[in-house]
Design a protein around this ligand. Structure first.
Ligand SMILES: Cc1ncc(COP(=O)(O)O)c(C=O)c1O
Length: 401
C-alpha cells in the first residue's frame, strides 16, 4: 500500500491541533475514499428518485441498485444478485432473519451460537428462547478462540442453525468456519456467518464455504452504513419473512423493509470499485481477489509489528491468539497494567491516535475472559490505509507511558 491510497482519503489529511491523525479504529468503521463520497453526492445531484418509475432518474436508481447487488454478489462469490438483500445494518438484517427463522423452526429446535460473537449475532438468536427454541453457546478458550471440542458437543440432530462469526472483532481470532460447515451439514443444520469483521481483510467465497447465510456491513470496508445479507439461492423464498403485500414477493426483496438508502448503496458500489482498484486482473472478481491478497499481506505485516511490541512489553497483555501460520485478523486488543482502557484511549486520543476501549459489543467474550469487570481492553485495528509511521507513532507513545 502506498501514498496513492492514502491520498484518496480526505479524512486522513485532517489535522487537529496541528497534528496528523492516526486512525486505528477501522474495526468500528473504516474511513471513506473520495470516490465513495462522490458517488453518494452524485446520486443526490442526479438520480434521487424512488424505484420502478417511468422517468430517467428512477430508471437510473433501478439500474444502480441492480448493478450494486451484482457487484456485492461478485465481492462475496454469490450465485446471483438475487442472493443479496440490503438493509440498514447487519444487526437489523439479522433480527429480520431471526424473526423469519423463528417462525420456520419449531419449539425444542436448537440453535448454536458462540461466546465470542458480537452481540448482534447472539441477541437475535437468544430472543428465540421466548418461543421455545433452545440456544446453546460454544465456549471460548483463554486466548480468545473458540473451543472446538465444546463446539462438537453442542451440536446435535436437533440443531437447526449454527450462527457464528468468521473473525472476532474483539480478539482478532479467525474461526474455523469450514469445520462449522462440515459439522452443521452432518446434522442437517443451517450455517450463518457474521462476516462483518472478516470482509475488509480477506476474500470471501460463499459458494466455496457453502454457508446458508452470511452478513456483512459496508462501513467496515471503506463504504457507507449499509447492511448486507447473502442467502443461498433457493432458500429465502421458503422463509416466512416480515413483508408488506406491496413488496416484490421474490428474493432478494422479500426480507427488505421500506425504502432503502439509495445514496448510501451508490456508495457501496463505489467502495467495491475502490477495493478492486488496488488489485489487477481482467474481471472484477480477479481484481478483488488480488486486491484483498495485497491488503491482507500489508495489514498483517503492520499488525505483526504492533503485536511484537505489545508482546515484548511487560506492562501490556494481548488478548487474542498469536500470528501463527494461518489467518488472523489485523486487530489487536490488549490490557494495560497501569491504566484502564478508557484512561489509555483518552491519553491516545489526546495524541490524535484513535483507538477504542471496552468490549466492542462482544460483551459476552469480555465477561468470560474477565476483562469486563476491569473496564475492558484497548483495541487497535489495521486497515489498508495504515502505514508503518502510524505503528511507530503508537509504539513510541505506548513505550514512554
Ligand atoms: C463482528 C461484528 N459483527 C456485527 C457487527 C454489527 O454490525 P452493524 O453495525 O452493521 O449492525 C459489528 C459491528 O461492529 C461487528 O464488528
Amino acid at each position: 500500500m502506498d501514498q496513492k491510497i492514502i491520498n484518496q482519503f480526505p479524512s486522513l489529511k485532517r489535522e487537529i491541533n496541528n497534528k496528523a491523525i492516526c486512525y486505528l479504529d477501522g474495526p468500528a468503521g473504516t474511513q471513506v475514499p473520495s470516490s465513495v463520497i462522490d458517488a453518494i453526492s452524485d446520486y443526490y445531484k442526479k438520480s434521487n428518485s424512488n424505484t420502478h418509475g417511468f422517468f430517467a432518474s428512477t430508471r437510473e436508481t433501478d439500474h444502480m441498485l441492480q448493478e450494486t447487488r451484482e457487484k456485492i454478489a461478485t465481492f462475496l462469490g454469490a450465485e446471483a444478485y438475487s442472493c443479496i438483500s440490503l438493509g440498514q445494518n447487519m444487526t437489523s438484517l439479522n433480527y429480520s432473519l431471526s424473526r423469519a427463522l423463528g417462525r420456520y423452526f419449531e419449539k425444542g429446535d436448537e440453535i448454536v451460537i458462540t461466546q465470542l460473537d458480537h452481540e448482534s449475532n447472539r441477541g437475535p438468536w437468544l430472543a428465540l428462547e421466548a418461543q421455545g427454541m433452545v440456544i446453546k453457546e460454544v465456549a471460548i478458550t483463554s486466548d480468545g478462540t473458540l473451543d472446538y471440542e465444546d463446539f462438537k458437543n453442542k451440536i446435535t440432530d436437533k440443531t437447526r442453525l449454527v450462527a457464528m462469526g468468521m473473525a472476532s472483532n474483539y480478539t482478532g481470532a479467525i474461526n474455523d468456519f469450514h469445520f462449522a460447515r462440515a459439522i452443521s451439514k452432518k446434522h442437517g443444520a443451517f450455517l450463518l456467518l457474521d462476516a462483518v469483521h472478516y470482509a475488509p481483510h480477506f476474500k470471501i467465497d460463499v459458494q466455496k464455504i457453502d454457508c446458508d447465510f452470511l452478513l456483512c456491513s459496508a462501513y467496515k470496508f471503506y463504504g457507507p452504513h449499509v447492511g448486507i445479507l447473502y442467502t443461498k439461492k433457493g432458500l429465502l423464498e421458503k422463509l416466512p419473512t416480515d413483508r408488506l403485500r406491496t413488496v416484490d414477493q421474490h428474493p432478494p426483496y422479500i426480507i427488505e423493509t421500506g425504502t432503502l438508502n439509495h445514496a448510501a448503496i451508490a456508495g457501496v458500489n463505489a467502495a467495491i470499485d475502490f477495493i478492486a482498484s488496488m488489485g489487477h486482473g481482467d474481471h472484477l472478481n480477479n481484481k478483488l481477489d488480488s486486491a484483498l491478497t495485497s491488503i491482507g499481506i500489508h495489514e498483517r505485516s503492520l499488525a505483526e509489528k504492533l503485536y511484537q511490541f505489545l508482546n515484548d512489553a511487560e506492562k501490556y497483555q494481548i488478548v487474542g491468539p498469536s500470528f501463527g501460520d494461518g489467518e488472523r485478523a489485523p486487530t489487536i486488543s490488549f490490557y494495560a497494567n497501569d491504566h484502564t482502557a478508557a484512561e489509555l484511549c483518552t491519553l491516545l486520543g489526546d495524541e490524535n491516535i484513535y483507538a477504542w476501549d471496552g468490549h466492542f459489543y462482544a460483551i459476552k467474550a469480555s465477561e468470560v475472559l474477565g476483562y469486563e469487570a476491569k473496564g475492558g481492553v484497548t483495541r487497535m485495528g489495521i486497515s489498508a490505509y495504515t502505514i508503518e509511521a502510524d505503528i511507530d507513532k503508537v509504539t513510541s507513545f505506548l513505550n514512554q507511558l
